[in-house]
Design a protein around this ligand. Structure first.
Ligand SMILES: [Zn+2]
Ligand SMILES: [Zn+2]
Length: 284
């Protein structure tokens, strides 16, 4: 129901759950080796920065102060790090800047090994607080138009947010899925937007008493005027199968029934789950 009514919210939590499942299930085979690889790369970069700083100081006849400055500058792209972090080192104490590179060469492997061995599914989750992969993915994947059809609630499939032109989608849904009723009844609707706009039926936009023909739905203005819904009778079996399969759940959820004008046509019941899935593969 969350997918049907709050699609964006559903996609966000779907991505979050999948990422979290990936981190838990794939930790030792995929996550940990990648972290170790990154630690190794980082170690190489730090070593390189230390070595290049030594060369820089030699060429410029500088001192330990210059070494620290050069070192900090080189690794600040890789680490959140500044000269302040090195305030424990008094420049006067280090008359031989070669010593600095030596210290790093000796100490770094143990420190890196130590950080690597502290990774587990729990610590990684805490560490991810700032750069959560699920948020990066959501940002990447969910930048599309989320406007829903005013009749059935299906999401516009345009991949650009605030795009030019009309909202549109290849297949609309059976409207009862979204809780739509035939007016004046407690019957969930079995109509599909694309066949409605081919019919002589009418609707009352925004619960007003003014009737608008489905054929002229744009006249209702607002979001109706922003949708392009072409009359089409070749409906996707998927949502028909869905309504049959989840009829009881939908009726319970909305406390309404698929009865009377909302009677589910017998021919819809012949679709199998396989037909439903294949219809998606075929058209989408
Ligand atoms: Zn629709
Ligand atoms: Zn759109």
């Amino acid at each position: 129901m969350n997918y049907i009514q709050n699609p964006r919210d559903h996609f966000k939590s779907f991505i979050r759950d999948e990422v979290s499942r990936f981190i838990t299930d794939q930790f030792s085979v995929s996550v940990l080796p990648k972290m170790k690889e990154n630690i190794e790369l980082l170690q190489q970069k730090i070593m390189k920065a230390a070595h290049e700083s030594t060369q820089h100081v030699q060429e410029n006849r500088g001192d330990a102060g210059l070494w620290l400055k050069s070192f900090t500058q080189q690794i600040s792209d890789e680490l959140i790090f500044s000269e302040k972090d090195l305030t424990g080192i008094k420049h006067d104490d280090v008359d031989d800047f070669n010593l600095l590179e030596e210290v790093i060469r000796h100490e770094l492997p143990a420190i890196m090994f130590d950080s690597g061995s502290r990774f587990n599914t729990k610590t990684i989750d805490e560490k991810l607080d700032q750069f959560r992969p699920d948020e990066i993915l959501t940002e990447h994947v969910c930048q599309c138009c989320w406007v829903q059809c005013p009749f059935c609630g299906v999401v516009c499939t345009n991949t650009i947010e605030n795009h030019d032109g009309d909202h549109s989608v290849a297949f609309h849904r059976v409207r009862g899925i979204n809780g739509h009723l035939y007016s004046g009844t407690t019957n969930l609707s079995v109509s599909i937007c694309t066949s409605e706009v081919a019919s002589n039926g009418s609707f009352c936009p925004n619960d007003s008493d003014d009737k608008v023909l489905y054929r002229d739905y744009r006249r209702a203005g607002g979001v109706y005027a922003e949708w392009s819904i072409s009359p089409d009778l070749s409906e996707l079996p998927y949502w028909k199968w869905f309504v049959c399969r989840f009829q009881k759940d939908l009726e319970k959820h909305y406390e309404k029934t698929f009865e009377g004008s909302g009677e589910i046509p017998d021919e819809w019941r012949k679709y199998s789950k396989q037909d439903a899935i294949e219809s998606l593969d075929k058209y989408l």
